[in-house]
Design a binder for this molecule. Structure first.
Ligand SMILES: [Zn+2]
Length: 434
């Protein structure tokens, strides 16, 4: 580990010299260099231009619209055959194929236990950054329970579960000293008011919805409460720390799409739904994206206006298939990717990048060279002239491999059969497991 750390630091130093040559920063340990290479990631599970574009046109996503004037925007091509979100996000965060990073599913074994963070066989962005002496705050990311030690804070993906337990699960958060704060910020689905829910369902139809469709309403409450919990966690961390990588992620858009997209597509000849139910749920997905846009505005507001920012999804969403298949069958191969950085032309559209290009691109934006054993390319199509030069140099100076930084098996965490069942129930309702 120590030698590897030295190799990484040498690579980082070389990258910093390159940055200097490209005229974009000073001493790599200096505050100006460090500030210029910080990055915010805003991850939106399953965001798809096919839903965003019409909403942008209808002025329903003002924050995204404004961001696009400052960023390069394009499509993100995900793996075919379509994969599950934990598999895709692990490839986004490690830059390697599932066969290499080791995350293949939500659950494993005959008893379908949720896959835990010891499954990662490749280093994620935060492991590479930790070795490079840079900090990360990451919250809600798939397969991060138990939270592992990094330079920074990891709020695991189990935060919303086990709320009925007397004590929170062990290793819910790293460092443990933040557990009580994070658990205290958790939003109870039952605490959501009619006003909260009226964001998604016409207020006049709420009593009917609660009475006739309690299962769907419970699903909506759970999804929204979990996203609100991570938003509260992010708000706290953004105001109590200064991280090089701030990795914010919303799982809700995908879950809401699995539950409610079909009500928006009730005009398709193979979608047969009760019209009264359609009236209640038809705008939930769009309304949820309008909320995500509000969150985007809020999160961007926590950071300086020139903070490098990536907005990214792991796949798109197609909606109900003629085959009636659920789960990943409802995903589409085209997600989204947007990057705001002095390296890229503001307000431009590029064709697409692939899911494995994301990690090398994020590393490069942070001034770090990708590794030779990352199959993806750094996004250069929308680069400025100086940006392209700089990115090309980083590409030429790839390190051999970051694999030696793969996390040693971390803390065991705690297994609670009730929490596992809570998670399985949710995955089942989404059509991901039987
Ligand atoms: Zn999905």
């Amino acid at each position: 580990m120590k030698t590897m750390r030295m190799v990484i630091l040498a690579a980082v130093a070389a990258a910093a010299l390159l940055a200097l040559a490209a005229g974009c920063g000073g001493d790599q340990n200096g505050p100006a260099y460090r500030q210029a290479h910080k990055l915010l990631v805003f991850g939106i599970d399953s965001a798809d231009w096919r839903i965003l574009d019409p909403m942008l046109e209808a002025e329903r996503l003002p924050n995204l619209k404004q961001f696009m004037t400052q960023a390069a925007s394009g499509r993100m091509k995900t793996f075919i055959p379509l994969e599950k979100s934990p598999v895709l996000w692990a490839s986004i965060c490690t830059g390697v194929e599932p066969g290499v990073h080791g995350i293949h599913n939500f659950v494993k074994g005959q008893d379908e236990k949720p896959v835990t963070s010891s499954a990662w066989k490749a280093p994620a962005l935060w492991d590479i950054l930790t070795a490079a002496g840079r900090s990360t705050a990451v919250m809600g990311m798939w397969t991060t329970y138990p939270a592992r030690p990094i330079d920074g804070v990891m709020v695991s993906d189990f935060l919303p579960y086990g709320s009925k337990r007397e004590h929170p699960l062990a290793n819910l958060v790293y460092p443990d000293s933040l557990t009580d704060v994070m658990v205290g910020l958790r939003v109870d689905p039952q605490s959501l008011t009619d006003e909260d829910l009226a964001r998604f369902i016409p207020a006049g139809l709420l009593p009917e919805a609660e009475q006739k469709y309690p299962r769907e309403m419970a699903e909506l409450r759970d999804v929204f409460a979990a996203d609100l919990s991570y938003l509260a966690a992010a708000d706290y961390l953004a105001h109590h720390g200064d991280f090089d990588l701030f990795f914010f992620y919303l799982r809700g858009p995908d879950m809401v799409s699995h539950h409610f997209y079909r009500y928006m597509k009730a005009d398709l000849d193979y979608v047969h739904l009760d019209p009264a139910k359609v009236a209640v749920f038809k705008d939930v997905v769009k309304n949820y994206y309008a909320w995500v846009d509000e969150v985007l505005g809020r999160v961007l507001g926590w950071f300086p206006p020139d903070r490098q920012t990536v907005i990214v999804s792991d796949h798109g969403f197609y909606g109900p298939r003629r085959s009636g298949k659920k789960g990943t069958a409802e995903h589409s191969e085209w997600g989204i990717f947007l990057a705001r950085s002095p390296l890229y032309e503001a307000g431009t559209r590029f064709g697409h990048l692939a899911v494995l290009d994301i990690c090398p691109t994020i590393l490069a934006m942070m001034g770090l060279p990708p590794a030779h054993d990352m199959p993806g390319a750094i996004l250069t199509e929308p680069a400025t002239r100086d940006g392209a030069k700089h990115l090309h140099k980083l590409d030429k100076h790839r390190v051999d491999s970051y694999m030696a930084l793969a996390p040693a098996s971390g803390p065991e965490g705690e297994r609670d059969p009730k929490v596992n069942e809570e998670i399985r129930r949710q995955l089942r309702s989404l059509g991901y497991i039987n």
